[in-house]
Design a protein around this ligand. Structure first.
Ligand code: ATP
Length: 268
């Protein structure tokens, strides 16, 4: 089987960023006291990804999981090419589409209609291709009369609808989706999951970030769990969920969320 994605010993380092207070700037004698506080030095760095390696075959559907801040979005940015690794290499085969961050690449002062054209062109679609798919894209987004209003006035859900609608209409070899289910309402989530299932069944490689055990189970045949920037687990989805303790045996409150999650996933 053809290899679709190679991530080879990849690391990404970021700088801790915080603003000094006016007092700290104006009163150098406070430096000693600053040193005693537990914030890192202004020039300190940390590895958001640390020696991450894995390969994905064409047509595999990977669930990327991990606690908040474990490096999932950073890894997707590297795979999609919007960010470069500091060490190691990322190789991908074919055209990439998907949603990395809600509304990424949208221009607030342009209308939804104009942003569809612009975003689709950025993802590699020609003007003719966009013309022929425009009604399907607008129909999928289903933002009503807001389509001709500037997207700066959109709600976060409407933003996500527009971005996802464009992304799923691009012919691609790799589809990546980061938290697509986080902001949409339930009918839209169901529509997204259905569409992602079609994408998966058509042999496109899928890379899907989610905290939702139910949808990863439904959608993916393998899961990679990031743990503080390293690969903590790579393999069977059920085992990944157990590794993360997302199997509902921790807190009573989680049971409701898991049940809703399972119900949504079983709808598709
Ligand atoms: N541009 C940046 N500059 C500095 N730190 C960053 C930057 N981007 C991400 N980080 C940090 O890198 C770490 C990993 O972030 P990332 O967004 O990849 O996590 P995540 O696993 O996607 O988290 P979540 O589940 O909360 O979305 C976090 O500590 C985050 O604060």
């Amino acid at each position: 089987m053809t290899t679709s994605i190679v991530v080879d010993n990849v690391s990404k380092t970021f700088r801790y960023q915080y603003n000094r207070t006016l007092k700290q700037v104006l009163r150098p004698d406070r430096r000693k006291r600053d040193a005693a506080d537990d914030r890192p030095a202004p020039d300190a760095t940390f590895k958001a990804l640390d020696g991450v390696s894995f390969e994905v075959k064409q047509g595999e559907s990977i669930g990327l999981m991990g606690l908040n801040g474990s490096g999932k979005s950073t890894l997707l940015k590297l795979v999609s090419g919007v960010m470069l690794p500091d060490e190691g290499k990322v190789l991908t085969r074919g055209r990439i589409s998907g949603l990395i961050a809600t509304g990424a690449g949208f221009h607030n002062e342009l209308t939804g209609r104009d942003n569809i054209y612009m975003n689709a062109a950025m993802l590699g679609m020609t003007k003719d291709e966009i013309d022929s798919k425009f009604d399907d894209i607008a129909g999928f987004a289903d933002v009503g009369r807001q389509l001709d209003m500037p997207v700066g006035n959109y709600s976060s859900g409407q933003f996500a609808r527009l971005g996802f609608a464009v992304a799923v209409h691009v012919d691609c070899d790799i589809f990546i989706a980061d938290e697509v289910l986080a902001v949409g309402d339930r009918p839209f989530k169901r529509k997204c999951l259905k569409r992602m299932k079609q994408i998966r069944e058509s042999g496109i490689t899928m890379f899907y970030v989610s905290h939702s055990a139910g949808s990863v189970k439904k959608m993916c045949d393998r899961a990679i769990v990031l743990d503080k920037g390293r690969v903590g687990f790579d393999g069977d989805v059920d085992e990944a969920i157990r590794f993360l303790h997302y199997d509902g045996d921790e807190e009573g409150d989680d049971d409701d969320v898991d049940a809703r999650d399972e119900a949504l996933a079983s709808d598709i």
